[in-house]
Design a protein around this ligand. Structure first.
Ligand code: IPT
Length: 986
């Protein structure tokens, strides 16, 4: 089994890596149904399976490409998820004897004269393939997400060919592929037979430079072809360019005159042909120049601003198998949300993906297939990036990675890999790239001191760490003082931030502000685009999205695999809209007396946009129009006049939106690119006289006050206007979000958050602190229920066991000229510490209520540190849709600043008036916070016994502590008093 434990990058007649560009030479795609035999161990694999006459009729069949663990066949093994940990002992180059093995067989026909040479191309096999053609072993392929071609000319024959591929799930190469994702073995990208004509164009790199000062382009061709292939001609028909090169020694630039440059905002491509009589290749060329000037990383002379996401190849049914239509849709969705950049975390994607990025317009940090994170658990001892035994394999990886994708204009940097610490091999990989591509910078986040990479990159820092990096201060996590000053002279980027696991991450707008103001920062990439739940079923057939542990893995990392802005089923989570609002390149600085429009696009003025205003009085439109705005050039800020407005008694909001004039390829007419709101007038507070101050009456233990019925003993409301409305009870607990449940890196949990500028977390996660404080098990004691003319007053004391900490709630129910009102206060004792998840009143309404209409913030859930996408207005929704179906049930659905809530099914309207200057946020949900806490998957939620209405004076923000900084102190809910002022109308 020496292939399995070999450090070698591969063997056989391996073709020198080259670009993936279209060719007139024929290819045969072998995708389809292949014969397949699963073996739990290599020694159980069928003997002689490579032989041409081997009888495979008793084998199963499998689709190629696919992963064998996603075929619904439990006897073929199951998916497994670990983040950092290797799923087997760290004992390189060895792997377990229990090494699942798949034998694949297929046949293909080669016509007469198919090619002078024949290659077999593998685009993705996890993790090791031993390839035999017509009974002879032709090579061993390593590098699961790298392309490898094998020259099989000597074994291929006209007519029927028999291909056998033995795939081992684990190999020495697995040590280089420890990305945070599912372990999914198999041939998961296409296998192709490639014809190579003698005298063809073997490889081409058409660098396309753009000079922003003259607006002209230049092609810098690098052609690899045998001497007999010449002359070779380069043509760009749309530019009238044609230049013939007579020999390999004939090398020259081709000046192309004026061109439109390529940028993510305006991705102009030109078809170039490179060929001769034998073969023509087509390259889609985009002219652009990438350079680092001081601490600016520029494209076409302008500083880059990356509004990015980390993207894995992932689909809930097919794993890492590529689907072009799905990716195109994803890219459209990204563009619709102002995302302009992708990091191909953490390996080269299917090659077509980069064609789509070129075409649709996304800046790409291309990342190599390398991660050795599991060595961290033993202090990086034996880590491959610093061990000479791995040098060849790593250099081979960087070469295959670069050569395949070198032509793409969308790629603006090469990333050595992810989370593999640092060392001589990483430095050698960077040196190789620097030599090969003098233009594009090398990115590698663990090169914290910037010893061989060009861009300063960080993950999940606090704002303070970013400020310190910018200031050249050494007291940040990862750079010594001497290097910090050097780093401050370089461009900076966050290759990962804002861990979008579950509900969150909060704080996006604060990062944006630093990107806008600190000169070295160029933006960042949210972690990550999509949840990786696997569509699966319970025994009784209920569908759900599985995460770590749902497939019987003995070692796993739970739901850490579901941390995207798009849920596993493809539904955007609210954080996507939040991100879109935060990163919009069209900033609308709106005040009551004017508007500043700032165009932060890289390229393109605002002539594709209309600017619409509308005024809403108490959420109802009273005026609207379009603003006259001359096109604003990129980088410009212009002031625009606004219509006047009449003084009103009522809440008057003005909204300005920048919307697309017409379809632009990724969104249609009217699509909102940016929105801003300003409050122009507020409602005058009303004092309503009390009416008929008659004494509440008691009968059969029920106390009646106008339309309200109370339990005379407890003071709990039972109904209003004959509608069941029970409570309220104080609630300080929320179902922990994953940001509440995990300890993260930075904590502001201590009592004096201001003391430490950089707090590296050793404090327990919030959810643990909240449980410790007893917030999930408050007990209630009735202090009093008293009546007076027109009034019922109730006093309750809430406290957890074993402590003197308590909150007293006073509920004052009165009848005034307009009906029933509740004025409530919650008063904590002085001895509370820490923070609370919420300060809320909890009402129980009948189960199964259908819709809600509200005047408040929306449309989606919003929290103190995540409300850029929220606006004030009137909204309506099915109650079931008010809550997000996160992979793990958790707090969801809070919408701040409620004014009015109507429940048509119940026939009740609740109005909130500012109490102590504050309006409560609301949550309506079929499950209470404790039921939600108890469920690990949506299908485990207990039966709904009520529709739960929470009215929170405040909720703690979201933060990003599942992998990153805590909720910032200003968004935390420190124990405090609260007040509510509510009305209940039929
Ligand atoms: C970081 C990884 O690069 C990424 O793959 C993913 O695991 C992410 O975290 C969390 O989901 S590594 C982390 C230890 C900073």
């Amino acid at each position: 089994m020496s292939e399995i434990t070999s450090y070698s990058p591969g063997s056989g007649d391996r073709v020198r890596p080259r670009a993936r560009v279209a060719s007139t030479a024929p290819e045969i795609d072998l995708s389809g149904s292949w014969r397949f035999r699963f073996s739990a161990r290599p020694d159980l694999a069928p003997e002689g399976a490579a032989a041409v006459d081997f009888d495979d009729s008793g084998w199963d069949t499998i689709a190629v490409p696919s992963h064998w663990v996603l075929q619904g066949r439990d006897d073929w093994g199951r998916p497994a998820y670990t983040n950092i940990s290797y799923p087997f002992p760290v004992d390189p180059p060895f792997v377990p004897d229990e090494n699942p093995t798949g034998d694949y067989r297929t046949t293909f026909e080669l016509p007469e004269g198919f090619g002078d040479s024949v290659y077999l191309r593998f685009d993705g096999v996890e993790s090791l393939a031993i390839v035999s053609l017509n009974g002879a072993e032709v090579g061993v392929v390593r590098g699961s997400r790298l392309t490898q071609e094998l020259d099989v000319t000597d074994q291929a024959r006209t007519g029927t060919n028999v291909l056998h591929v033995r795939v081992h799930q684990w190999s020495a190469a697995t040590y280089l592929e420890d990305q945070d994702q599912w372990w999914l073995p198999g041939i998961f990208r296409p296998v192709t037979v490639v014809s190579r004509p003698a005298g063809g164009v073997d490889d081409v790199w058409l660098r396309a430079d753009f000079d922003a000062t003259t607006g002209t382009g230049r092609l810098i061709p690098e052609i690899r072809a045998a001497a007999e292939a010449y002359p070779v001609t380069v043509r760009v028909p749309a530019l009238g360019v044609e230049r013939t090169f007579d020999s390999p020694e004939d090398v020259a630039f081709i000046e192309v005159g004026e061109v439109r440059p390529w940028s993510a905002d305006r991705p102009t491509l030109y078809d170039a042909e490179v060929g001769n009589a034998v073969e023509t290749r087509t390259v889609r060329v985009g002219f652009r120049r990438i350079e680092i000037v001081g601490h600016e990383w520029r494209v076409n002379g302008r500083k880059l601003r990356l509004r990015g996401v980390n993207r894995h190849d992932y689909d809930p049914d097919h794993g890492r198998v590529f689907d072009e239509d799905v990716v195109r849709e994803q890219f459209m969705l990204m563009k619709q949300h102002n995302i302009n950049a992708v990091r191909t975390a953490h390996y080269p994607p299917h090659p077509r993906l980069l064609d789509l990025a070129d075409e649709i317009g996304l800046w790409v940090i291309a990342e190599n297939d390398m991660e050795t994170h599991g060595f961290e658990e033993d202090g990086w001892v034996g880590n491959p990036t610093d061990d000479p035994r791995w040098r060849d394999a790593l250099l081979d990886r960087i070469e295959r990675f670069f050569e395949r994708d070198k032509n793409h204009p969308s790629i603006i940097a090469w990333s050595l890999g992810n989370e593999s610490w640092t060392g001589q091999n990483a430095a050698a990989m960077a040196a190789w790239l620097h030599r090969r591509d003098p233009e594009r910078p090398v990115h590698y986040e663990p090169d914290f001191e910037g010893r061989y990479s060009d861009v300063v990159s960080r993950m999940y820092p606090s704002l303070e760490e970013m400020e310190d990096l910018s200031a050249g201060l050494g007291n940040n996590r990862h750079a010594s003082p001497g290097r910090a000053a050097v780093l401050a002279a370089r461009p900076m980027v966050l290759c990962e931030y804002a861990h979008a696991m579950g509900n969150g991450a909060g704080g996006l707008a604060d990062y944006e502000e630093l990107f806008d103001t600190l000169p070295q920062w160029h933006g960042g990439f949210v972690w990550e685009w999509r949840d990786h739940g696997i569509r699966t079923r319970t025994e009784d057939g209920t569908e759900f999205f599985g995460y770590g542990g749902d497939f019987g893995e003995p070692l796993h990392d739970g739901s850490f695999i579901t941390d995207g802005m798009v849920l596993s089923d493809g539904t955007p989570s609210p954080v996507l809209a939040e991100y879109s609002a935060v990163i919009t390149p069209i900033k609308l600085h709106l005040a009551d007396d004017g508007l500043l429009i700032e165009n932060r696009r890289h390229d393109g003025d605002t002539s594709d946009l209309r600017f619409i205003w509308r005024d809403e009085l108490d959420g109802r439109q009273i005026g609207s129009g379009e603003l006259r705005v001359d096109p604003v050039a990129p980088g410009e800020l212009v002031a625009v006049g606004l219509p006047g407005f009449e003084p009103h008694d009522g809440e008057l909001w003005r909204t300005v939106e920048a919307v697309l004039v017409g379809d632009n390829g990724w969104a249609g007419e009217g699509h909102v690119v940016s929105r801003s709101q300003v409050l122009l007038a507020v409602r005058r507070p009303l004092v309503r006289p009390l009416v008929t101050p008659t004494l509440p009456v008691e009968a059969d233990g029920v106390l009646s006050l106008g339309p309200a019925r109370f339990d005379a003993r407890t003071g709990d409301l039972l109904s209003v206007h004959g509608r069941e409305v029970k409570g309220p009870r104080l609630e300080l607990w929320r179902a922990p979000t994953e940001n509440d449940s995990l300890p993260g890196f930075y904590s502001y949990a201590e009592e004096e958050p201001a003391v430490a500028r950089h707090m590296v977390s050793d404090s327990p996660a919030w959810a643990d602190r909240w449980r410790e404080a007893g917030l999930d098990r408050l007990q209630r004691r009735i202090l009093s229920v008293t009546t007076a003319p027109g009034t019922v007053t109730v006093l309750h004391r809430y406290a957890p066991a074993a402590t003197q900490r308590a909150v007293t709630v006073e509920l004052v129910w009165t009848l005034d000229a307009e009906g029933l009102r509740l004025d409530a206060t919650a008063l904590p004792t002085a001895n509370w510490t820490g923070a609370w998840p919420r300060l809320g009143l909890h009402f129980e309404l009948p189960p199964g209520l259908g819709r809600a209409e509200w005047f408040g913030t929306g449309p989606a859930e919003n929290y103190a540190d995540s409300r850029a996408a929220a606006r004030v207005g009137r909204f309506s929704s099915a109650i079931a849709d008010l809550v997000v179906d996160y992979a793990v049930p958790q707090e969801s659905g809070h919408r701040g600043e409620l004014r009015e809530l109507t429940l048509p099914d119940l026939g009740l309207t609740l109005t909130a008036e500012p109490a102590g200057g504050e309006l409560p946020g609301f949550t309506l949900r079929a499950h209470d916070a404790h039921q939600v806490t108890a469920a690990a998957h949506p299908h485990e939620l207990a039966e709904s016994y009520a529709t739960h209405l929470y009215l929170d004076v405040q909720q703690q923000g979201l933060g990003g502590r599942s992998c990153g900084p805590d909720v910032r102190p200003e968004y935390q809910l420190r124990p405090r008093a609260g007040a509510w002022s509510l009305r209940f109308d039929a």
